[in-house]
Write a protein of this length. Structure first.
Length: 171
């Protein structure tokens, strides 16, 4: 009986082997269909329209910077010329309010430079008020040495940083 069991196991194994194999399927090559042409109506190209610039209701107001000598807050002749122009702009635009920002070079302590920057801003404000600009239209602030425009430890960089800048705060 052991031969019979052995033979049965072999036959079942062969049957599984023969029947369990995957039959090969024949693949046909894919045929690409040419794209169908659809006719679209031809539109005439229109000439480009000129781009209109956006209308700005308020014009940009630019003030001139002024510069100072080392450790000074008195107005130099070139600063007076610039302040005269700035006053003219303010007179032509009576609703404009401005801020004068006093700056210093990197030399000196933080406290000293903040005080010097404030004196520089106040000197410019006082001159504008003498020219007829209302003091209520002008604010002052000092940044001391905190906002340099030129970096370096040389006279050229220091001279650029000893300045007053003017910013429009309302129109």
């Amino acid at each position: 009986m052991s031969k019979l069991k052995y033979l049965t196991v072999v036959l079942i194994g062969l049957a599984l082997l023969a029947g369990g194999c995957k039959k090969g399927t024949k693949l046909e090559p894919a045929v690409e269909k040419p794209p169908q042409k659809t006719e679209e109506p031809v539109q005439k190209e229109q000439p480009p329209q000129p781009v209109q610039e956006p209308q700005v209701s308020k014009r940009e107001i630019i003030f001139q910077k002024i510069h100072f000598d080392f450790d000074k807050y008195n107005l130099r002749p070139d600063a007076i010329t610039a302040l005269n122009e700035n006053a003219k702009v303010l007179m032509e635009n009576p609703t404009v309010k401005m801020r004068i920002e006093g700056h210093c070079d990197e030399r000196g302590t933080v406290e000293y430079n903040l005080a010097l920057g404030e004196k520089r801003a106040q000197a410019a404000k006082e001159y504008l008020v003498k020219l007829g600009v209302s003091a209520g239209r002008v604010e002052t602030i000092s940044y001391g040495k905190e906002k340099p425009v030129a970096f370096g430890t040389n006279e050229d960089a220091w001279a650029k940083n000893r300045r007053d800048e003017f910013a429009v705060i309302s129109q």
